[in-house]
Write a protein that binds this ligand. Structure first.
Ligand code: ATP
Ligand code: MG
Length: 623
């Protein structure tokens, strides 16, 4: 068991910090059965106690007024996330607690984070980096990544995270699209992935490396981040950025095609804080663990910004998912609020609820999930494993923050992504035969009625909304029709205003006149005892148009054979009806997914049809 390796002892953590400081002086279903009732009262009232009341009273102006802001209408994410706490009673509260690969912890208090990010901002200033220029970070979940993120925002330049597992091609594509001026990375990642690209990236003026002096000295065209930070002053005021100034550039996950660069602004922090409070129920002093990598928007909006604006302590784990390690972290770090993804929960579920019961998870108050539809089976399992339901919520890179959610104070409807955030107007629009939104004669959208499926649309105007697809104004403007933002996802809404995910616009299967969402089929398959993972696609068929085909990964102890295949087919017909159940089932060793954990159905389909697999830059290796 890895628990012993994951230190939570503060003494140990401080020693680790000192060691680090020595190196770097600058710092250290739709078929839902019964609703699941909210978990045991923890004594701490939810931030959002009454959804309808909050919806009627909420305004973005008042959420904005809760932030201190900077003089002269300026607004800076780093000021809200760091300085407000560092200058007040939470100065010595731990802002970030890092667990390295060996499980050793290092901590930064809010006061230390303020100094470290000041120094990083000072480095950018000394290098002559201008406001609005792009600072990319290519690194694992190490302290320098978090300091660079907040230091960049503090400086007024634009933070662009890159997932550390990207190969040279996706790195080059993104550095080029984002017009990178600075790159912060490690010696290893630089030598293996970036050095060879330098001649083709003339705009990349500065590469700041994390590593030993000798290694960095041997690499021409680079600077030693530690040495630069050592020389920078301890204090630097946050830049007086305007709310509409660009703050972050996030690339989408590339699930449906080529990743797009979504531009976000400092005003987004209003949404991050509000959703951190209302949806994740974060309180000052919470121990919060968001398992997403900052390379994806979740890991920045909720792995860095939102919890810090509220004064929580963020746990950051450098390692990838491993069952014992994760339960060990939840236990040893006394995690109170946990934000993770369906793919991770399904993996824990495959290991069995009894494994969870070996750990003391009594500190846990709230569990939330995002990124993919959350199968009802997983919600029920969460209740068994943690004594808490898992609260699904929906959003996308473009929305910058959570839009639709299950709230702590409301019963969870397993399989539903919940109800719109107070301050967010969501609806469902009808689509025509070409999957385009249907417009009324006056140019407004034709909205669907209760229970009818259609495209999820949002009324623009929430603070964390993206302001552009970098370099692609046409694609951006096409997402806005009839006064609404088109999300590209298909949903339906029930009589009580809960939204149910059907599928991504282009994943939906059209079979003999039925519109079938792959999620519905995958969720039903997961209820079969032999199945651990499932990916479902539409396979072209001369008679039906498309038939439903499933690719399934078996749980340990099950062998793929004809008998099992027949059993699964019969099970799914009973569960879904003959029109919706898969007609074909393939047993696979792995269901392809991307690095943010999403099933890559377009890749399953391309492989099935022998077609090119398209952009694979975000694929999980071995998929
Ligand atoms: P790309 O836009 O490049 O194809 P992507 O859409 O996967 O990639 P993200 O912005 O990371 O990139 O993911 C957002 C999408 O993830 C949503 O549009 C939706 O399809 C899916 N998603 C996120 N959360 C949920 C959820 N709770 N339930 C269902 N789907 C979800
Ligand atoms: Mg998308």
């Amino acid at each position: 068991m890895a628990t012993g390796a994951v230190g939570h002892n503060v003494g140990l953590a401080q020693i680790a910090l000192t060691q680090r400081e020595r190196h770097m002086t600058a710092f250290t279903g739709q078929h839902a059965a019964e609703p699941i009732h909210k978990g045991p009262a923890s004594g701490l009232a939810p931030n959002l106690e009454d959804y309808d009341l909050a919806r009627s009273q909420f305004s973005w102006a008042s959420a904005r007024a809760e932030l201190a802001g900077l003089p002269g209408d300026a607004l800076n994410i780093a000021y809200e996330a760091v300085d407000r706490q560092a200058d007040g009673p939470l100065a010595d509260t731990v802002a970030l607690r890092f667990l390295d690969l060996g499980g050793v912890a290092a901590e930064l208090t809010y006061a230390q984070l303020k100094r470290a990010t000041s120094r990083f901002a000072g480095v950018l200033e000394q290098l002559g980096v201008a406001r609005g220029e792009r600072v990319f970070v290519l690194a694992g979940r190490i302290p320098e990544l978090y300091v660079a993120a907040l230091g960049t925002l503090r400086h007024g330049s634009v933070f662009c995270p890159l997932f550390s597992a990207f190969g040279p091609e996706p790195i080059e594509q993104r550095l080029r699209l984002g017009d990178a001026r600075v790159l912060v990375t490690t010696v290893t990642l630089y030598t293996r992935r970036v050095a060879g690209l330098r001649p083709r990236l003339p705009g990349l003026a500065h590469v700041l490396l994390i590593g030993s002096d000798a290694e960095i000295e041997a690499l021409p065209g680079t600077d030693d981040l530690r040495a630069l930070m050592d020389r920078a002053p301890d204090h630097r005021e946050p830049a007086a950025t305007a709310p509409e100034d660009m703050a972050c550039l996030h690339f989408t996950s590339g699930t449906t095609g080529e990743p797009k660069g979504a531009v976000h602004v400092h005003e987004a922090v209003v949404g991050h804080r509000a959703t951190g409070r209302m949806v994740l129920d974060l309180h000052p002093g919470d121990i919060f663990w968001c398992t997403a990598d900052p390379g994806w928007v979740t890991g920045t909006s909720y792995g860095i910004i939102a919890p810090l604006t509220i004064g929580a302590t963020c746990v950051v784990d450098e390692a990838e998912l491993a069952v014992d390690r994760w339960y060990g972290i939840l236990q040893d770090q006394h995690v109170t609020v946990w934000y993770t993804a369906p793919t991770a929960l399904r993996m824990l579920m495959r290991a069995g609820a009894e494994v969870a019961h070996e750990y003391d998870l009594s500190a846990l108050r709230f569990v939330a999930s995002v990124g993919e539809p959350l199968n009802p089976e997983v919600v029920h399992w969460g209740q068994e494993a943690f004594g808490l339901p898992v609260h699904d919520n929906w959003w996308q890179t473009e929305t910058g923050g959570i839009m639709i959610a299950n709230y702590r104070s409301m019963d969870v409807r397993p399989g539903s992504m919940g109800r719109p955030l107070p301050g967010v107007e969501a609806d469902v629009c009808r689509r025509d035969a070409d999957d385009k939104p249907l417009l009324a004669t006056d140019g407004s959208l034709e909205l669907a009625s209760e229970g009818e499926q259609g495209e999820l649309v949002l009324r623009p105007g929430w603070p964390s909304m993206f302001r552009a697809y970098l370099g692609d104004p046409v694609r951006y403007s096409e997402r806005f029709v009839g006064g609404w933002y088109l999300t590209g996802d298909l949903v339906r809404r029930d009589a009580d205003g809960y939204f149910w995910f059907i599928g991504r616009g282009n994943d939906v299967i059209k079979s003999s006149g039925h519109l079938i969402g792959p999620f519905e089929v995958e969720s039903a398959l997961l209820e079969h005892e032999a199945i651990g993972e499932a990916g479902v696609i539409g396979k072209p068929d001369p008679v039906a148009g498309e038939i439903v085909k499933a690719f399934v990964l078996l749980n340990p102890g099950f062998e793929p054979d004809e008998e099992l295949r027949r059993d699964i087919l019969a099970f799914s017909r009973r569960r879904l009806g003959a029109a919706v159940a898969p007609r074909e089932i393939d047993f696979v060793d792995v269901v392809p997914r991307n690095r943010s954990g999403k099933i890559m159905r377009r890749v399953l389909k391309a492989r099935e049809l022998g077609l090119p697999e398209g952009d694979l830059s975000t694929m999980e290796p071995g998929s």
